[in-house]
Design a protein around this ligand. Structure first.
Ligand SMILES: NC(=O)c1ccc[n+]([C@@H]2O[C@H](COP(=O)([O-])OP(=O)(O)OC[C@H]3O[C@@H](n4cnc5c(N)ncnc54)[C@H](O)[C@@H]3O)[C@@H](O)[C@H]2O)c1
Ligand SMILES: [Zn+2]
Ligand SMILES: [Zn+2]
Length: 344
């Protein structure tokens, strides 16, 4: 008899997830079956539910890609893992391993990559299957609830910061202090950067200050680019994790000459386009780069920062049954830090 598990399932875009019993998946060759302890709720999950991106997710869908759990079963052909090992599953479920990008250590842009909780069933469930080659190892004794957000918010902002090329002592603007942004501040500080934080909510800016941001600007009250130019002559770098196109436009204008902005947020839908000044970018030799989750090496490094206590997500736990209410709060921009689903 097939065993069943509890999961939150999307059957139709823009409808509430349904809590159901579905079969526990069977690990195939090279896979691990993982018992989920915690799964962070990333705004990307909400974009999936709302159908904000092209291509659309594979439906029916179990979302969730900030998974911390334990190996429950080792699939055929897997070496180096045993039942009980603590692991994390990121957005990057797998990549092809053979294309020019994979071979160059740029698996984040592999065109054949699969995505956990988007093209493959994710962690809003008691169990999920993931290829052993792509899961992260979580050091024993780390808090799985605080660790879950590192699997997406952590690795993504860590790579984004690296892609700006900012060096210790330089200024970085973190634009959008949500689940990703509040963790970006901590990586930036741990990397020796000085942080200017921008959001449109006072509560989030208070959190930014408590995490070490030296400058905070409320974009709902002032032009944040003008404020940052006036106070420090612009930042050397910026990472944008906001869910509003305007923030992406403003971030370019926050830079000082020669600066680099990494775009991380994905507002999608009607908010997917920006206007930028060609002359500002050309004359001041600015760089605008995209940054998409992280490689396995980025993930290992991001986990190490957290395991060493340099980065710790501000979290609130919720039950799986509360997921639709959590999404509603996220739509309204009311979540401070990250909500983590408590699966075990
Ligand atoms: N590139 C990637 O690999 C990657 C990975 C994970 C998430 N994402 C995307 O990053 C975005 C953020 O995800 P999250 O989970 O942190 O979302 P979140 O909802 O927790 O945070 C978004 C934040 O943006 C702020 N914001 C909204 N409008 C703003 C504005 N005009 N200026 C400044 N701040 C503003 C909100 O107040 C909120 O604090 C989402 O679009 C998500 O899909 C991208
Ligand atoms: Zn995510
Ligand atoms: Zn590839």
């Amino acid at each position: 008899m097939t065993q069943t598990m509890k999961a939150a399932v999307l059957h139709e875009l823009r409808t509430p997830l349904k809590i159901e019993r579905v079969p526990v998946p069977e690990p195939g060759h090279g896979d691990l079956l993982i018992k989920v302890t915690a799964c962070g709720v990333c705004h990307s999950d909400l974009h999936a539910v709302d159908g904000d991106w092209t291509p659309l997710p594979v439906i029916p869908l179990i979302p969730g890609h900030e998974v911390a759990g334990k190996v429950a079963k080792v699939g055929p052909g897997v070496t180096g893992f045993k039942v009980g090992d603590e692991v994390g599953v990121p957005w990057m479920y797998s990549s092809c391993g053979q294309c020019e990008f994979c071979l160059a250590g740029m698996e984040t842009i592999c065109k054949s990559a699969e995505a956990t909780g988007y093209t493959k069933p994710g962690g809003y469930a008691e169990y999920l299957v993931a290829p052993a080659a792509y899961v992260g190892r979580l050091p024993e004794g780390t808090d799985p609830y605080a660790m879950a957000p590192i699997l997406c918010a952590g690795v993504t902002t860590y790579r984004g910061l690296k892609r700006t090329g900012a060096r210790p002592g330089q200024w970085v603007a973190v634009v959008g202090i949500g689940g990703l942004g509040h963790i970006a501040i901590q990586y930036a500080r741990a990397m020796g950067l000085r942080v200017a934080a921008v959001d449109v909510s006072k509560e989030k800016l208070d959190l930014a200050t408590s995490l070490g941001a030296e400058i905070v600007v409320n974009g709902a009250e002032t032009d944040p680019a003008a404020a940052i130019q006036e106070q420090i002559g612009g930042t050397h770098a910026a990472v944008v994790t906001a869910v509003a196109a305007k923030a992406f436009e403003q971030a370019v204008l926050m830079l000082r000459p020669g600066g680099t902005v990494a775009y991380i947020g994905l507002p999608g839908g009607k908010s997917d386009e920006i206007r930028a000044s060609i002359s500002a970018i050309t004359n001041w030799e600015l760089s605008v780069r995209g940054s998409n989750v992280g490689t396995r090496q980025d993930l290992n490094e991001a986990i190490a920062f957290a395991a060493n206590g340099l980065v710790k997500a501000t979290i609130r736990t919720a039950e799986l049954e509360e997921i639709n209410a959590v999404f509603e709060e996220m739509r309204k921009g009311r979540i401070v830090g990250r909500v983590v689903l408590k699966m075990a």
